[in-house]
Design a protein around this ligand. Structure first.
Ligand code: 5GP
Ligand code: ZN
Length: 116
């Protein structure tokens, strides 16, 4: 996936509009266009990485950063205490539809388990 055609890279560049909920040097978080819960946020690295299958040892601190942003963003919006779910879909069987690594942050309702 080239960065010029990647949907989330185009969101990062501002070419495609999005509703920002958080941003720092390494990451950007925005509302999912098709929310599966009252709060459904996507947390993405600013650097293009296709998927979890493509991370290397050098990405460990970035991955930790993305994960740590989940409670931070949930707390900022106000659903950290009631609980939330983080999901990273990977590849075809994982249900990944956008090939730019992203972490789903879902909250605001009681979520069921197991997933489909
Ligand atoms: P995946 O299925 O790859 O795990 O997640 C991709 C997510 O991106 C989906 O939840 C989908 O609703 C969301 N999405 C797809 N296109 C857009 C878009 O143009 N804008 C936003 N904000 N979200 C999108
Ligand atoms: Zn990308």
């Amino acid at each position: 996936m080239s960065e010029s055609t990647c949907l989330f890279c185009r969101i990062l560049s501002g070419e495609i509009p999005s509703t920002k909920v958080y941003e720092d040097r390494l990451a950007y978080a925005f509302n999912d266009i098709d929310p599966q819960a009252p709060n459904h946020i996507l947390i993405i690295p600013k650097e293009h990485i296709d998927s979890l299958n493509d991370v290397s040892q050098g990405d460990e601190s970035l991955l930790g950063h993305l994960l740590r942003l989940a409670p931070k963003v949930a707390n900022q919006i106000g659903f950290a205490e009631s609980g939330f779910r983080t999901v990273i879909n990977t590849g075809g069987d994982g249900g990944q539809s956008v090939e730019h690594l992203h972490l789903h942050l879902l909250g605001g309702r009681s979520l069921t388990w197991p997933p489909g």
